[in-house]
Design a protein around this ligand. Structure first.
Ligand code: FAD
Length: 360
């Protein structure tokens, strides 16, 4: 049976919950459909030692401050999962789990949401499916012939699985630096950290709070009608580096365990080969090479896209006035892929949807 609601939110991670909070405040009738079986979105699947790069009070969704975690300034992923589970319960958000949305199509004046457990016919859809389910692996020659283990960030848990092995960690972002540090500090794993360009550590006293301030400055610049140049007026801290020096990264760097090698040019059966012919044998390669937005359920709408992003103005899809996209990255609002940053675009989306529903 097809169910009618004002809004279907696809995805019950932090972005979907922030959307739910604001949809409730706008008095709209909605459901949140989530493919997962438990609360917490991608935070359930992060590696064991991961900690946020900001303190709890700077990692909160709208309406409810994240409580501090006992014994530390930066909460771990389990603490975030507990916070999201509590958030969902506290605001009585209607999350229907174990429901994967397979396709969204146009159906007269409404959209049709087809999931593996049923069909919904909302006026508006908010897509908040994140990026975790679409790990990006680069097209490096020979990747298919390597006989060792290959993992992506999404598959890494802890150093225990690599004791006595040589592991090559690829990627100069936060995930690459943190996973290389995690392995190196264990003391039982030989690590080679490989980055496309020399790693750029942020100054030690800068954490996620400063990155959020940058996003806020960018938002103000955009609101004031200034162009998004990424120059120092809107991107000051980001221009200083990419990697937040969280405590394990600092410890590994200070112990000289975090020196980066340049990117290799190909992979062979047993290892990797650099441009000058130098090679290194390896037991495993961990690709910390980023993500793409999980948008395959939107394919039937045939929306214009560039570099895998659907064209948006704010959160609204330019070519479909009944579709909002929330959370995926800065292209759906500055810092919208962070805990503290998703609140504002979620509020704006809910307001626009309420206005649309009031008109129709
Ligand atoms: P997700 O958490 O991925 O949730 C998406 C949900 O949608 C999932 O529950 C999934 O099951 C569901 N879903 C997907 N497809 C479908 C479908 N077709 N149908 C139904 N459901 C579907 N941010 C910070 O603020 N601070 C940090 O310190 C920080 N550290 C990070 C460290 C790492 C390693 C990474 C990868 C990210 C980090 N982030 C951090 C960024 C950000 O907060 C996360 O990426 C965040 O989890 C994104 O939330 P989301 O709700 O958009 O997506």
């Amino acid at each position: 049976m097809t169910q009618h609601v004002d809004v279907v939110v696809v995805g019950g991670g932090q972005a979907g919950l922030a959307a739910g909070y604001h949809l409730r405040r706008e008095g709209l009738d909605f459901v949140i459909l989530d493919a997962g079986t438990a609360p917490g979105g991608s935070w359930q699947h992060m590696w064991d030692s991961l900690h946020l790069f900001s303190p709890a009070e700077h990692s909160s969704l709208p309406g409810r401050l994240m409580p501090a975690q006992a014994g530390g300034t930066s909460p771990d992923a389990g603490h975030v999962v507990d916070y999201l589970a509590d958030y969902e319960k506290r605001y009585d958000l209607p999350v229907q789990r174990g429901t994967r949305v397979e396709a969204i199509c146009r159906d007269g004046d409404r959209l049709l949401v087809e999931a593996d457990t049923g069909t919904w016919r909302p006026r508006v859809v908010i897509s908040a499916t994140g990026t975790w389910s679409r790990p990006l692996l680069p097209a490096v020659p020979g990747r298919g012939v390597f006989t060792g283990r290959q993992l992506h960030t999404v598959n890494y848990r802890s150093p225990a699985a690599f004791a006595g092995q040589h592991v090559i960690v690829v990627g100069g972002g936060n995930s690459g630096a943190q996973i290389a540090a995690d392995l190196a500090l264990d003391g039982k794993v030989k690590v080679t950290w490989v980055t496309q360009r020399p790693p750029r550590f942020l100054p030690d006293d800068i954490d996620g709070r400063a990155l959020f301030d940058v996003a806020t400055a960018r938002r103000r610049a955009l609101d004031a009608g200034r162009s998004d140049t990424g120059r120092s007026d809107t991107g000051g801290v980001a221009s200083l580096g990419d990697i937040v020096v969280v405590p394990p990264v600092r410890a590994a760097r200070d112990a000289d365990l975090l020196k980066a090698s340049p990117m290799f040019v190909r992979v062979d059966r047993d290892g990797v080969v650099w441009v000058d012919g130098t090679r290194a044998e390896a037991d495993a390669v961990i690709w910390c090479t980023g993500f793409r937005p999980a948008l395959s359920h939107l394919a039937p709408l045939q929306l214009r896209s560039t570099r895998g992003h659907i064209a948006t103005e704010g959160t609204l899809a330019v070519d479909e006035p009944r579709l909002h996209l929330l959370g995926y990255g800065d292209w759906t609002g500055p810092a919208s892929a962070t805990l503290i940053g998703v609140g504002r675009p979620a509020r704006e989306a809910a307001r626009e949807i309420a206005a649309l529903c009031a008109r129709n």
